[in-house]
Design a protein around this ligand. Sequence first.
Ligand code: ATP
Ligand code: MG
Length: 591
Amino acid sequence: MNPPTIPSPLTASAEHVDAAPSNFLRAIIDRDLANGTYRGRIDRDGRPLPPVVTRFPPEPNGYLHVGHAKSICLNFGIARDYDAHGGARCHMRFDDTNPTKEGQEYVDSILDVVQWLGFSWEHQGRSHVYYASDYFETLYAFAEMLIAHGCAYVDSQDADTIRATRGSLTEAGLASPFRERSAEENLALFRAMRAGKFADGEQVLRAKIDMAAPNVVMRDPVLYRVRHAYHHRTENRWCIYPMYDFTHCVSDALESVTHSLCTLEFENNRPLYNWILTQLCELGALPPPLPKQYEFARLNLTHAITSKRKLLTLVEENHVEGWDDPRMPTLVGLRRRGFTPESIRLFCERIGVAKADSWIEMAVLDQALRDDLEPKAPRATVVLRPLKLIIDNFLEGHHEACVAPVHAARSELGQRSFQFTRELWIEQEDFMEVPSKGFFRLSPGNRVRLRYGFVIECIGCDKDEQGQVVAVHAHYFVDSKSGTAGSDLYKVKGNIHWVSAAQAVSTEVRLYAPLFMDAQPDTSERNFVASLNPHSKEVVHAYAEPSLAQALPEQHFQFERHGYFVADRVDTQPGRLIFNRTVSLKDSRHK
Ligand code: ATP
Ligand code: MG
């Protein structure tokens, strides 16, 4: 059964975007601060350490996605908030122990996107970016200590055998015939592993814990493996690499992390995290107090996938146009789509941090963007599917100056000006030759107001040979101009938007629909690729009011009646305007 889906909040304000939220993790930190658990520590250089140190530890094997934003906001958000109450910092740590899948391109994009989200790894003038690969030498030395003290052994069984002898939930595992090797023999073998004497998979180092432990993770887990592979930072210096379970806890301890926050799937690994650190602490390799791991629910977002590996498949198989395709749930994709850092932080705050998995509706993310941009995005008029409107009683070559507020609720932002001319563009859907019931926009004999312009009355239309309407004709009322005395004496039910054909700026607008048709593309029997929406991108050639000619890449707008749009940050150039629809004005995207 799938976990519950949390509906979108109906009304919400963006005001408290950076107010400190409360959650069970913050309660734990408050308790530790009150108890002084991590008080009075100093680092190896004698500098005082803050009582709260968190870390964000991605593996640089892909671009970060919206799920990572939750972890970033949590870890960096805690550091930001607690720094004002006793001191706190958050480390940016690359968990780079899988050399074949990782690379500098991913490191660069991760650093970039964390900063874009508004967070910093600087604390008191020092930068806190770390790489697990910088600890390889220390990790190796710690592994030798564990071996020397009988806490680890080299197993010469192959991976399949090790897996097959781990036992099950009801059956104890089977001890390896190599489990009782002497410390000397183990040390010699481990050194030979490092020296490159073995092929991939020939030997592993295992912790010597308990093959009958009820928690399968504790049945002599692998700590090191042989991997003859080039590493993007340590190059060819190593042919053995530490496993996640060994690397992660030791990295936390070396960095004096206090609260190591990870997703629920690591809950079973917590005893191992504690076991490794306790052994190393007892051996004098690590000083107390040790870091502690706490788990929280990962973010699952409907109509999206939150797995770097699967997102990589979409990129590699060309289902999308790259990691930053505006349909991708990657942070670079969301950014290009027009989501702001504030909206993503607001979203993370609204979804909260809990201990049980749940699904969040994409609509919650959309609403966060609306709530962020509603008070700040300048308004503009854009006709997405243009139809020519000719004002027959308006003189050719003449124009009438019109104005509209940049933002109706914020007069300080000033006015946009544009012209009313004989030929205009309106939306195709704003005209019906034979109006359906309840249609109050343009139809022969009907009157509407052209927003910020004049009231007009439709007098007919032109059609091509196929019977398609190609132009609409109307008369305007010269004394009906918006904002002039007496203009409100004209009572009309429809109010439509338009741009002057003489002044309009031609633009490409990219309209997006969900990338996946299934709400949970990743959990159904169907492969997520089979759930791809073939109509997730539509490109239209639109006409925009002249003020948009100056739009800069990444500038956000509310296109009246249409939604929030952003000037594409990659393809927009001087003289070539391209907009992406971020979200529509109302929640219609996922119906
Ligand atoms: P992926 O499967 O996409 O590679 P991961 O968990 O292996 O995800 P990491 O690079 O190891 O990715 O993740 C870095 C941090 O982000 C981890 O602490 C992880 O728990 C957290 N994280 C990853 N995905 C999510 C998610 N969907 N919700 C919340 N936190 C997440
Ligand atoms: Mg991973």
